[in-house]
Design a protein around this ligand. Structure first.
Ligand code: GFB
Length: 334
């Protein structure tokens, strides 16, 4: 499918997922990638999206843009999470139908599944029970995107598919300690604690929840498989295959960063879902499996963090948090 595609519009190309998709597509020899920064195209603006699609006429669209963040951002910015992500899904999916896009891949999230879904979570658990409250707003927006793909396939015969990645990490992540996901937040916190010789680092919740982590370049290669070989109404999970507790994760990050101090747990912060390990047998049956082991992926992510941190501080002489937050903002919807 991709070989015959004239052009691919990768949305959110400055973010964690979009940048990995561009990297992987380029490394596979695909040259005609269309991108647009947030300044060039506001994906929440329906008229602007329609005009952009009319001008560029992509043959493939990947919906990897979104208002994203970790458990606290989800919990404290509910309106932005539900509004922006629903708008982005509506605008891109409708315009892809209008402008006869031959394939669209919509990326959701493992948080679309019920809080108490059976583990590992298979695709048919969708809408089988209540959602986790901390990220229900994001989940509802992502479920709307899934349903849009299914509706446009049923009514208009559009080849729109929806894939559900597990928790992702890797180069290009957001490192704002308040807004980001757990893995980049821990890399930042431990690294700063080491640099400033701080005696302790505060982590959130109890440490008991378990999470599955997939290196973002592995997600990108899975997306290429899905674009090439999957065409169905049903959603498809993309996971790593095993999970670890947050407690185990903190020890691994501590070791990789080389921080010797103490970890204290702030139980006033939410734990979120206890477990959300995906059943990824469907994507595996397409011949895909993840290549990057967690510890190795974390080393790449830490190298990226250090590189961006150094560039930010050296060039702009900004303080740590504002430098990283400046990087983050570029990636949120870009
Ligand atoms: O990655 P995370 O923010 O989001 O948090 P979710 C995962 C777990 O790590 C939670 C704990 O139990 C947190 O309490 N944790 C410990 C920390 N220390 C920290 C820290 O310093 N920062 C952060 N962020 N967490 C997200 C959803 O849920 O999953 C999103 O909110 C999205 O919408 C994403 O779906 C995949 O895994 O709980």
């Amino acid at each position: 499918m991709l070989e015959s595609a004239k052009s691919i519009f990768v949305t959110g190309h400055k973010g964690l997922v979009g940048s990995a998709l561009c990297r992987t597509l380029q490394s596979e020899g695909f040259r005609n990638i269309i991108t647009a920064s947030r300044q060039e195209l506001d994906l929440t603006n329906q008229a602007a999206v329609n005009e952009f699609m009319a001008t560029h006429q992509p043959s493939v669209v990947i919906v990897s843009a979104g208002h994203v963040g970790g458990i606290m951002a989800n919990n404290t910015e509910p309106a932005q999470f539900i509004f922006e992500n629903t708008q982005i899904a509506c605008n891109l999916i409708h315009a892809s139908h209008t402008h006869r896009v031959s394939k669209l891949l919509y990326l959701g999230s493992s948080c679309i599944y019920p809080k108490r879904a059976d583990q590992p979570i298979s695709e048919d658990s969708l809408l089988a029970g209540p959602l986790e409250p901390t990220n229900q707003w994001y989940a509802v927006a992502k479920i709307a995107g899934i349903k849009l793909c299914q509706a446009y396939r049923r009514q208009y015969g559009c080849d729109f598919v929806a894939a559900m990645p597990t928790n992702l990490y890797g180069p290009g992540d957001h490192y704002d300690p308040e807004r980001s996901h757990v893995l980049p937040a821990l890399l930042h916190k431990f690294s700063e604690a080491k640099r400033l010789n701080l005696p302790q680092v505060e982590c959130w919740g109890t440490g008991r929840p378990r999470r599955e982590f997939l290196y973002v370049d592995d997600l990108a290669s899975a997306c290429i498989e899905v674009l090439n070989r999957y065409s169905d109404d049903d959603i498809i999970n993309i996971g790593y295959g095993s999970d670890i507790s947050i407690l185990e994760l903190t020890s691994m990050v501590q070791e990789i960063v080389g921080y010797q101090g103490e970890i204290v747990w702030d139980s006033s912060k939410p734990d979120g879902t206890y477990r959300k390990l995906l059943n990824s047998t469907k994507i595996q049956s397409l011949g895909w499996s993840p290549k990057t082991e967690l510890r190795e992926g974390m080393r790449h992510a830490y190298a990226d963090y250090l590189d961006r941190f150094r560039r930010s501080t050296d060039n702009a002489k900004l303080s740590t948090d504002s430098a990283l937050a400046a990087n983050d903002r570029q990636g949120i919807i870009a």
